[in-house]
Design a protein around this ligand. Structure first.
Ligand SMILES: Nc1ncc(C[C@H](C[SeH])C(=O)O)cc1Cl
Ligand SMILES: [Zn+2]
Ligand SMILES: [Zn+2]
Ligand SMILES: [Zn+2]
Length: 301
């Protein structure tokens, strides 16, 4: 059975999506935005008090990279916390009353399933192209943001063209369709304990650099207040490494101002193999950072 404190298989997550999305019609619904390369459904959960009028929204995806298992664990945790604390937690209640939160629990479903069944360290999609023996592209190098070509056998292969990966195209299409209401884009990764924002594809500072840094530092402080976990905030290029084709840079250039990449626990002791015993503390502290960003949006909108 599904557990919020275990790394659930895709089958368990899929049945969890079906049950959680029909558990509270006033607060949650689901929409399939397309299928993956191997035909698995990409399902977005829409959280928020049902309203006849359109509300501003936050978009959050997890599991772009298959081996970063703490990431989908956090999206599942977020959905559970949202539904269970709505009405009791004032921040969550006002968030869901005034905004919608679109949650994509597992972005790279084929890759996630592959890490459970075959290769725990797989990162990319599982797409195949005639003429190459190498499989998959890095879905965080495949966005049309400073995109340039690279080696198909690399773990960070950027794909044959921007949005060549159907998973990326499905999400990019959804965000484009909803760009007038999406105020923030959060993409959850691991590991390193970083809160990154644009740009990674250039060393140039983003137009809203100072504000993005201020919000990131506030969110990191909120996160640190629970267990003392230390995060570093900054632009991707100088804080982790320069790289093109990332989702946060693409969303920012589309006009989604508050665009952040979270790199969750840890800093290398376990890395991608973070023990299940750390799921709860990692998720609880990350909730504080996400709620900080959401509260900032509500206060400044
Ligand atoms: N725009 C970006 N933002 C964040 C990152 C870091 C993640 C960390 Se796993 C990655 O390498 O894809 C990489 C890029 Cl290209
Ligand atoms: Zn990643
Ligand atoms: Zn990472
Ligand atoms: Zn909690």
């Amino acid at each position: 059975t599904h557990s919020y404190t275990k790394y659930n298989s895709w089958d368990k997550i899929q049945s969890w999506i079906a049950s959680i999305s029909s558990s509270n019609p006033n607060l949650i619904s689901k929409q399939v935005i397309g299928n993956t390369y191997e035909g698995r459904p990409m399902t977005i959960l829409k959280l928020g008090k049902k309203s006849s009028s359109t509300k501003p929204a936050i978009f959050m995806d997890c599991g772009i990279h298959a081996r970063e298992w703490i990431s989908p664990a956090f999206c599942q945790w977020f959905v559970k916390e949202a539904l269970s604390t709505y009405g009791s937690d004032s921040q969550m209640t006002s968030l869901l009353d005034q905004m919608d939160v679109f949650v994509l629990p597992v972005f790279n479903v084929d890759g996630y399933d592959y890490t459970h069944k075959s290769n725990r360290m797989w990162r990319k999609t599982r797409s195949k192209k005639s003429g190459s023996s190498c499989i998959g592209a890095d879905p965080n190098r495949n966005w049309n943001a400073g995109w340039s070509s690279s080696n198909p056998c690399s773990d960070t292969f950027c794909g044959y063209s921007p949005e060549s990966e159907i998973e990326v195209k499905n999400v990019a299409d959804f965000i484009r369709r909803n760009k007038s209401i999406i105020k923030a884009y959060l993409t959850i990764h691991s590991y390193s304990q970083l809160l990154l924002f644009p740009y990674s594809y250039t060393y140039d500072l983003a137009e809203h650099h100072s504000e993005l840094l201020k919000v990131a530092e506030g969110a990191s402080a909120a996160l640190r207040s629970l267990y003392g976990t230390r995060y570093t905030s900054g632009p991707g290029a100088t804080t982790i490494y320069p790289a093109a084709g990332g989702s946060d840079d693409w969303a920012y250039d589309l006009g989604v101002k508050y665009s952040y990449t979270f790199e969750l626990r840890d800093t290398g002791r376990y890395g991608f193999l973070l023990p299940e015993s750390e799921i709860k503390p990692t998720c609880e502290e990350t909730m504080l950072a996400v709620k900080y960003i959401a509260a900032y949006l509500l206060c400044t909108s």
